[in-house]
Design a protein around this ligand. Sequence first.
Ligand SMILES: NC(=O)c1ccc[n+]([C@@H]2O[C@H](COP(=O)([O-])OP(=O)(O)OC[C@H]3O[C@@H](n4cnc5c(N)ncnc54)[C@H](O)[C@@H]3O)[C@@H](O)[C@H]2O)c1
Ligand SMILES: O=C(O)[C@H](O)[C@H](O)COP(=O)(O)O
Length: 376
Amino acid sequence: MKILYEDSMPYAEHFFSKVGECQAYSSQTLTPEALQDVDVLLVRSTTKVTEKLLSKAHKLKYVATATAGSDHLDKPMLARKSIPWGSAAGCNAIAVAEYVLSCLMTEYASDLPSLLTKTVGIVGAGHVGSQLDKRLKLLGINTKLCDPPLHASGDHREFVSIDEICECDIISLHVPFVATGEYSTKHMFDSKRLTQLKESQLLINACRGEVIDNQAAKTLFESGKAMRLNMDVWENEPTIDFELVPHCRIGTAHIAGHSLEGKARGTYFLYQQLCERFQLPQKLSFESCLPNADVIEMSQLEGKSEIEQVSAAILATYNVMDDSQGFKKQVKSAADFVYSRKHYAIRREFASVTLKTGNFPVSEALYGLGFNTIHK
Ligand SMILES: NC(=O)c1ccc[n+]([C@@H]2O[C@H](COP(=O)([O-])OP(=O)(O)OC[C@H]3O[C@@H](n4cnc5c(N)ncnc54)[C@H](O)[C@@H]3O)[C@@H](O)[C@H]2O)c1
Ligand SMILES: O=C(O)[C@H](O)[C@H](O)COP(=O)(O)O
């Protein structure tokens, strides 16, 4: 069985060589000819799986993406060709939740206690939204959830309308990109909703760029409207509107899900799918491929309140402002955007971090967020 996999998948060779003959490709140079003798195509979101790409793939039996989003797969076309597809739903939910927490600790750095009085409206209560909700509740921050498809399917959690979400102090978007239909998310935040945002509200988009009308956002900024936007994703990546970037308080190159664990889990989920689909034994474990935990010195936690300890630990582990500053300074073209994502200095999730905390008890919330601790 010949497996072709995108070269930005960590540990791909380690896992897929146990399933078949495997070879890496680059999304920038992949051609229909390269798929002629391929049985399985494994992609990340940077490969658009279109009719044209598969025009010579006559042996193809399975397509899967090592990502949560699957809007880069032409699913009606795959159905017409009777090619089943899979995704890695949930692989990077923790990474995105931690990205959002880093945004919040950065945005409220000068008045952390005020963060505890805010309400966060979460749009999309799937894998990412639920992980974020859990962490915010643990910190004592009020949340509201909006997810009409889940509500309609009988999910028993309490849901509110998008209009109620728009009243929240902080709004965090975690929906898939869906261009049409009852639950379309295209330009969910259009000119009208953006205009209604108050200066004090914070809007975070770490799902798909198309969920916010980027042109409308830029026009509003240029007309003098003050808005607090944190953007990890952009319309038309990698050919994004670079004039919008400086207006965003935090801007990053679609890396919210790029923790080492998030990307490796994506690869591992596809390995599991292939083993099941082709009835092969699953001999490899996920944990076996990961390096040892990072150890971070945190002795300055002493005497700090819970939210101060949490903020210090989060920012010492992952400070989104470092990524934002690098992005704003260095990424000026589509080629830069692609390059910076491909060479992203991959970060660890909190559960892979051990905090050296000195000789005093630390807040339970740190353990709740997944951190490990050791004393000096
Ligand atoms: N920036 C990143 O690196 C990154 C990482 C992971 C996921 N994502 C994006 O975030 C999306 C969400 O990820 P996930 O793993 O939580 O997916 P998921 O499928 O588990 O959850 C998405 C949720 O959105 C809900 N939803 C759909 N349409 C909606 C609408 N109109 N209004 C409100 N809710 C709606 C769905 O019912 C579902 O519960 C992905 O589809 C992907 O596009 C981005
Ligand atoms: O949908 C997802 O899982 C994320 O957007 C993911 O982080 C995209 O990663 P990429 O395919 O660009 O490596």
